[in-house]
Design a protein around this ligand. Structure first.
Ligand SMILES: Cc1cc2nc3c(=O)[nH]c(=O)nc-3n(C[C@H](O)[C@H](O)[C@H](O)COP(=O)(O)O)c2cc1C
Length: 440
């Protein structure tokens, strides 16, 4: 049994996720606006305005990663025959899992045509890795991830790709790797912005890469351009075991770690799990980016129970007929992640899209199934969705549960009942007078 202590559930509450981003929860939308500005081609009125609106941008410019040669993560170095992944406390989480699974790896890679110090071109992502031997892993990056894109470049050149895996990096590095950041933004640089302190990197020992100097453990190695192995089954965030699929093999050439390292872990399962809590904060971070494409959006909720992206409820300020359909199409088309959203419900802005009772009321009173349901066929879907008739291709459903206006209806629409303000005050005064403790 491994002597290395395991730490898990680091981001088990939304407050802790916000703290990992260096923020109190109320400031999360501000960071979202900053990310939206970075995506826009001409974000604001000049650099001076940008700097005054987002002090973080100033930090971003000042917090380029710093290269060091004194790295706690290299206090202990194991190479060659000393490499033994089975000495790490890697969990087998669910009874039907194929074997031990590294669940919180931060995977660092760079494109084929880059240099090791080309930090702006690095990608970091969290891609689980199955341990299949003392020095062998299966690297499970889904096809649309940054790591997979880099790997395609190295494969094309017929070369193995250098990869480093940080286990137990600081919260800013962990969350930057898990965030869907704009392609042009380096996660390593961005983690410095969140932390407010420059990311410290050190040259890896056996691969041409720079790695986080303050991490607990680093696995260095090479991902094969040709060899794959069957990965899984593993219990996943959908609440089901994945099907077995081939993914590339990684040979681990070195393990370096702190003198007394911690091993960071998590598990994925039917929500709520730790990734779904992170997803709730990311939901709010993404709102300003979505608002760029859908300015009439008031709020959007990705219910964690629907695996954090398979369903979306969006409230809009409705102004013209057919608007709900336009909103659905924009959402499905704007970010890769939303091409996997099977069901979108559009509601008016008097409906709280985060409240199931409100959603049910809107569906029950403002929607006609024959008129207001849009079905699309053979659209993209992630392979994890076994309910799709074809792997990678599935239907989508959009439900327009908004008030129908103009040519959308020829009937008189219902009027929402509300208590008259005077009556409401009278009732509140009565309750206050005779039941002073009510509602306390
Ligand atoms: C705990 C956890 C486990 C994850 N596991 C995987 C995985 O096995 N494969 C994958 O492609 N994405 C996985 N993800 C999602 C990606 O890390 C995430 O979408 C990230 O933004 C991808 O970065 P990229 O766009 O730079 O590729 C996981 C995320 C978390 C938080």
């Amino acid at each position: 049994m491994s002597k290395i202590p395991v730490i898990a559930n680091l981001f088990g509450t939304t407050d802790r996720v916000a703290a990992g981003l260096g923020l109190v929860p109320e400031k999360v939308p501000m960071l979202g606006e900053f990310l939206a500005a970075l995506r826009a081609p001409a974000p604001v009125d000049g650099m001076r305005d940008a700097l005054s609106r987002w002090p973080m941008l100033k930090a971003a410019l000042a917090t380029r990663p710093k290269i060091t040669n004194r790295a706690p993560v290299q206090e202990v170095r194991l190479e060659g025959k000393d490499v033994d992944l089975t000495a790490l406390p890697v969990q087998t989480c669910w009874p039907g899992d194929a074997g031990p699974l590294i669940t919180w790896p931060v995977v660092l890679s760079r494109p084929f045509d880059s240099k090791p110090d080309d930090l702006a071109r690095y990608n970091t992502g969290v891609y689980r890795a199955q341990v299949i031997g003392r020095n062998r892993l299966i690297m499970r990056w889904l096809a649309h991830r940054g790591g997979a894109a880099h790997h395609r470049g190295w494969m094309k050149a017929g070369q193995k790709m250098p990869v480093a895996i940080a286990l137990g990096a600081d919260p800013a590095t962990l969350l930057s790797a898990a965030l869907p950041l704009p392609e042009n933004l380096s996660e390593l640089g961005f983690s410095g912005v969140l932390r407010g302190v420059r990311t410290q990197l050190v040259a890896a020992k056996t691969v041409p890469l720079l790695v986080p100097a303050e991490a607990e453990i680093i696995l260095e190695g090479w991902v094969s351009p040709t060899e794959t192995a069957p990965e899984g089954p593993f219990g996943d965030h959908t609440g089901y075991y994945n099907s077995v699929e081939p993914f590339p093999l990684m040979e681990v050439t070195a393990i370096t770690h702190r003198r007394d390292p911690l091993y960071l872990s998590t598990y994925t399962g039917r929500p709520p799990d730790e990734p779904s809590i992170i997803g709730q904060v990311f939901n709010d971070l993404t709102l300003p980016v979505i608002r760029q494409a859908i300015p009439e959006m008031r709020d959007l909720w990705l219910p964690p129970a629907a695996c954090s992206y398979r369903m979306a409820v969006i409230s809009i300020d409705k102004r013209y007929p057919g608007q709900a359909k336009r909103v659905m199409m924009s959402l499905w088309g704007m970010l890769t992640q939303f091409s996997y959203t099977k069901l979108i419900v559009v509601v008016d802005d008097d409906i709280d899209p985060r409240n199931w009772d409100d959603i049910a009321w809107a569906l029950a009173t403002r929607m006609d199934p024959a008129r207001d349901v849009t079905i699309l066929d053979r659209t993209p879907m992630d392979y994890l969705d076994f309910a799709s008739p074809l792997e990678g291709l599935a239907g989508k459903m959009g439900i327009d549960a908004t008030t129908k206006i103009g040519a959308e209806t020829s009937r008189e629409w219902g009027r929402v009942m509300e208590t008259a303000p005077d009556d409401a005050h009278f009732a509140a005064d009565l309750v206050g007078k005779y039941f002073p403790d009510f509602g306390q």
